[in-house]
Design a protein around this ligand. Structure first.
Ligand code: NAP
Length: 292
């Protein structure tokens, strides 16, 4: 299949590469030309704009940062809508606002272009290994057409509901991940303050009800005091902002997520925006005089 891929970041690069490896013809578009080099070296074709990439594709995938970025890539100057053909499908795999997603789907729909929202979970490791969880919103028949494309990038692929439902599922995912990161940071700090080896505590907890991927992956980053991303703090803050804004619109109380949001805000304030969000540990440690 001819696929356009827009956004050559930590996630976009390996996802586009996996589509190429699966035998698809991939047209890539990155904001910085140098970000496309690993893909063109591998055999993908560079496009000068999202419109140009989309004009050559049956499916156009977008993987950029935030809601305004997706809006710009889709509808701005040189945007997807100026090149995509009627009957093609736009798949937004970025994590953005569910409400804006529905508006974007409607705007594309007026040009005869279908849209799926398909945010992912599984991090850079899942992107590289093509084992991402993909949460999809949109029409079932459009989902079926795009499914082989998803299968080249992920394993657990679920059509959750109509447009925006994929983004709602991703917001749910981020609530669980954020609150679990906080819990792991507090537990490992509790161990250390008690003079007990937190690495041994993590080993002991892994086999029981407290075991999780967060305890495994993020817990290791916390033990090593090593926060190379992974998933950047500024992106996790962006996701919890989506959660909190939606909660406010709906009159929904989410005190756990709100607390972690404050810790992510604190990391942003201390210049740690580009660290992995497991760095919440640093805030927890500082609060108890345990900074390393
Ligand atoms: P990233 O490394 O910061 O990459 C974002 C990419 O989007 C960059 O290449 C950036 O271009 C491009 N971009 C941003 N705004 C743009 C705009 N207005 N126009 C054109 N290009 C634009 O982020 P990432 O980690 O790949 O994350 C991408 C999305 O996936 C985010 O929505 C994130 O929340 C989500 N996600 C990330 C992970 C993870 O573990 N990293 C996991 C699940 C979901 P430049 O290179 O020029 O800055």
């Amino acid at each position: 299949m001819n696929i356009a891929f827009i956004g050559m970041g930590i996630m976009g690069k390996p996802m586009a590469l996996n589509l190429h490896k699966a035998g698809h013809t991939v047209f890539v578009c990155g904001r910085r030309p140098e970000s496309m080099v690993p893909l063109t070296d591998a055999g993908c074709t560079a496009a000068a704009s999202p419109a140009e990439a989309a004009s050559r594709a049956e499916v156009t995938i977008v993987m950029v940062s935030d809601t305004p970025d997706v809006e710009q890539v889709l509808f701005g100057e040189g945007g997807v809508i100026h090149g995509a053909r009627a009957g093609s499908v736009v798949v937004d795999m970025s994590t953005i606002s569910p409400t804006a997603t529905k508006t974007f789907a409607d705007r594309l729909g007026t040009q005869g272009i279908d849209m799926l929202d398909a945010p992912v979970s599984g991090g850079d490791v899942g992107a590289i290994n093509a084992t991402l969880s993909i949460m999809v919103g949109g029409k079932p028949e459009v989902f079926e057409r795009v499914k082989p494309v998803f299968e080249a990038m992920g394993k657990n692929i679920v059509l959750v509901g109509g447009n925006g439902a994929g983004q709602v599922a991703k917001a749910c995912n981020q609530i669980v991940v954020a609150v679990t990161i906080e819990a792991v940071a507090e537990a490992l700090t509790f161990a250390r303050k008690n003079g007990v080896d937190p690495a041994k505590v993590r080993d002991a907890l892994m086999g029981g009800f407290a075991g999780s991927r967060i305890l495994e992956v993020h817990g290791k980053r916390m033990l090593d005091n090593e926060y190379k991303p992974g998933f950047k703090t500024r992106l996790h803050q962006k996701d919890l902002n989506i959660v909190m804004q939606t909660a406010r619109e709906l009159g929904l109380s989410l005190p756990g997520a709100a607390l972690v949001m404050q810790h992510l805000n604190a990391l942003m304030g201390t210049g740690d925006a580009e660290l992995d969000s497991a760095a919440v540990m640093k805030i927890v440690e500082r609060a108890s005089g345990m900074a390393r």
